[in-house]
Design a protein around this ligand. Structure first.
Ligand SMILES: [Zn+2]
Length: 56
């Protein structure tokens, strides 16, 4: 099933010792994982979905 109203949707969040791991699914069906550290710093993410950014 595809949700076209959003680029991706959050599936779940997990609190870990390193930060908050956020799992989301892109509109194209790809799974994506982002790590948001507790300490000040940049979120570590897989980056924008190349496939979707190429389409739009
Ligand atoms: Zn995508």
């Amino acid at each position: 099933m595809t949700d076209q109203s959003r680029t991706h949707r959050t599936l779940s969040r997990h609190l870990t010792s390193e930060g908050v791991v956020v799992w989301s699914r892109c509109a194209c069906g790809r799974l994506r994982m982002d790590l948001v550290p507790h300490a000040a710093g940049r979120p570590i993410s897989a980056g924008p979905c190349a496939r979707c950014h190429a389409l739009r």
